[in-house]
Design a binder for this molecule. Sequence first.
Ligand code: SF4
Ligand code: SF4
Length: 501
Amino acid sequence: MAINFIEPLYEVVRNQDRCIKCRVCENQCSNEVHRYDSDLKVMLSDETKCVNCHRCVALCPTKALKIVKSDNCFKENANWTQANMTSIYKQADTAGVLLSSMGNPEPLPVYWDKILINASQVTNPPIDPLREPMETRTFLGAKPKDIVKDKSGNIVNNLPPQLELSTPIMFSAMSYGSISYNAHESLARAATELGILYNTGEGGLHEDFYKYGPNTIVQVASGRFGVNKDFLNTGAAIEIKMGQGAKPGIGGHLPGQKVTADVSKTRMIPEGSDAISPAPHHDIYSIEDLRQLVYSLKEASDYKKPVIVKIAAVHNVAVIASGIARSGADIIAIDGFRGGTGAAPTRIRDNVGIPIELALATVDKRLRDEGIRDNVSLVVGGSIRSSADVVKAIALGADACYIATGALLALGCHLCRSCHLGRCNWGIATQRPDLTKRLNPDVGSQRLVNLIEAWTHEIKEMMGGMGINSIEALRGNRLMLRGVGLTEKELEILGIKHAGE
Ligand code: SF4
Ligand code: SF4
């Protein structure tokens, strides 16, 4: 008999006094953990299948359920942890690459939590955002170096195409396929209502969503899934995806069970097949090659749309960004190593890339030192968790932030990190119609609007506290930041002083 070495990580604890055997948990759990035993007349649970998504806990009408971390543990060993041992057992069983989803959960430094924001006292008084105007509008795109006037002295409009955002936040790339139709609709509708943008990811654009084009960034990735002239001309901007924070150096992966008929039509790929985009773009091996693609896309869209180049935060990111800024791109998006994903090899997700805070600081400095900072706008993502992270990112040099995991949390995601299985109980990372319908786009879009409005209000409060009344005045204003518990080297890279200085 084969022995299963892998112990369940979680225990389902059912309070039998409270359980009314309504079977809601059984109906709600797509992982088939709960079942009713008609002989014993009790609900039973198969904990080996539980991913701790909390759907059953949230919907149990009598609050009879608890999911707790299992007390079953292997003999303590700081080197061979339970996670390390379990991985080996899994690979010895399957011979497969370990897959996971969402962002890097390892206890590596989160620099946002070691950076503090300034506030005015006595001199340079704070500004009251309830009573005085605060400008959160943000324009993304290359800015001309000089004002040009014609012979009559009138200013010539030589401004390259810009994206206008009501607040410096956008929804980052999440493809239709990795997330559901209703999740995409929620993002598209919220972006439109808020006056910001959402991003198709590498999966093309469902025909129903073309109407949200002015608030859409269309993505061109190495697989070129769903890319055609209509697609390129529908969006407000075009993003070339060179890399992704959760999996730098490899391509995208959409497991076959999520490639339904509708997804296959949108992506222009066969139904049910794994969609694995190549690690490189097969026409890009240098900045010159990238420049050709940037200008091909500009040509295809009549030079009316900014082109974004998205890269993962990796070693030497400043040099890479410097090349991109010279490639004709209008915006550089940098994705830190904590960025989310619908599916990634666990080892890559947890070990490759660098923190976005360090990448941003070093890229902004390099572009300034080279006098090319205004050639591009900088958008950063990869675990922006709150309005404070947004303020810190802008003060470190970003023009705007991308959020994705935060947006999915607003839609109900509980970060069970099982998106790659395609059975998301919250109707987000799934294509199963019975699960997808659990996310109502009316509710989802309103929750996203609420989140971004709340963050915008908090951004105004923090800016007001600093005596700053516009995002423009905050951008790259590192004097407003101080580090705590950081080494000299870390402070040097971040370009900020230590608290107390
Ligand atoms: S997978 Fe989710 S719904 Fe199923 S038992 Fe675990 S927590 Fe409950
Ligand atoms: S989107 Fe769904 S499957 Fe993915 S982490 Fe969130 S709750 Fe889990």
